[in-house]
Design a protein around this ligand. Sequence first.
Ligand code: PMP
Length: 425
Amino acid sequence: MKHSSNEALLARKAAATPRGVGVMGNFFADRAQNAELWDVEGRRYIDFAGGIAVLNTGHRHPKVLAAVQAQLERFTHTCYQIVPYESYIALAEKLNEITPGSHAKKTAFFSTGAEAVENAIKIARAATGRSGVIAFGGAFHGRSLYAVALTGKVAPYKNAFGPMPAEVYHVPFPSDAESLAEARKGVERLFKYDIEPSRVAAFIFEPVQGEGGFNIIHPEAVRWIRELCNQHGILMVADEVQTGFGRTGKLFAMGHYESQGITPDLMTSAKSMAAGLNLSAVTGRAEVMDAPAPGGLGGTYAGNPLAVAAAHAVIDVMRDEKLPERGQQLGDQLQTRLRSLQARVPQLADVRGQGAMVAAEFRHADGRPDADFTKAVQARALAQGLILLTCGMDGNVLRFLFPLTIEQPVFGEALVMLETALTAT
Ligand code: PMP
């Protein structure tokens, strides 16, 4: 097939699609394999974006391809609510088993992360008969109207889209002892100024904030949220859309707290669950999940059979290739490498991570966030062929979302590109 040039496609894109769909790359994908991607002009990239945390098993994992191909031969769509199929039930059974907590669980499937978040809140409202929801500043829970209300960042997500749905409240994100004290104060004030605890349905949080800057929640904060929820009959909702499926060194980030007996009441997953096919899920306490009446949950494409087939394969690959453990090793290597550069790159103010969810944060000498430096490193890395994403409330964080299946030589090559980009900027 003859391809258009990147330049010609950019012009057509500008004419045919709205600017609101902001696009990072000025090159267009042609094909991809595991951690590598080639554009329409044949240029090779190492993909440390993974379509925003979707490709923990890499591009086109052979087992995922085989599972989807086998399903393509049978049927591609019936709508589960019309003519159901076993693979949906089997995937729900698997998620009920592999998600943190040994209590009785049920799972419903949807298509996108935002949809999973929306439905988790619908379920929490139905189960509690309450309406309020608490979320964190800097959170990202999606772009649909209720999910964007939960998202704790105005520009660019909420600008011009208001008014937001009612009774969504934000408190500061607790990443250390100081911000935990702020979060506690924030909730005390909410209960004093805005809403009584007995009208709060859910407290939603990301165990590691994704878009917000790869901020790891303070372990004490997880216990605090659990106790607060227990005290007031609020449901604890962990949004694992970005942290799930091996990214943080465990299959799910909430697995880090399971040994302390802390588990969420509801959990969302999406992204890497189906390796690029559209699938999301809400998993939760069986009695909570059963609160909405028949017909209250679902969607035409929710639990699409091709995506469900992909998810079965992803779960097998996670286990067979020990991907959470491998992610931990790769994350450790990356953190070590970044730390070794801190003396030469004074802007590199912080290196942090949980498993393979690693971030590098850049600041000026006086402590102000340095978004320009961050962007410049991203651009230099891209010029060498390494795709990196930024994140953070101030755009001063680089995040690394490489496939956990990345070949060690390709990972090594990417680290050299990263080092060059950091030291030359
Ligand atoms: N929750 C979290 C934690 C996310 O990172 C995202 C996407 N970045 C979403 C929800 C929304 O997912 P989607 O874009 O699939 O709607």
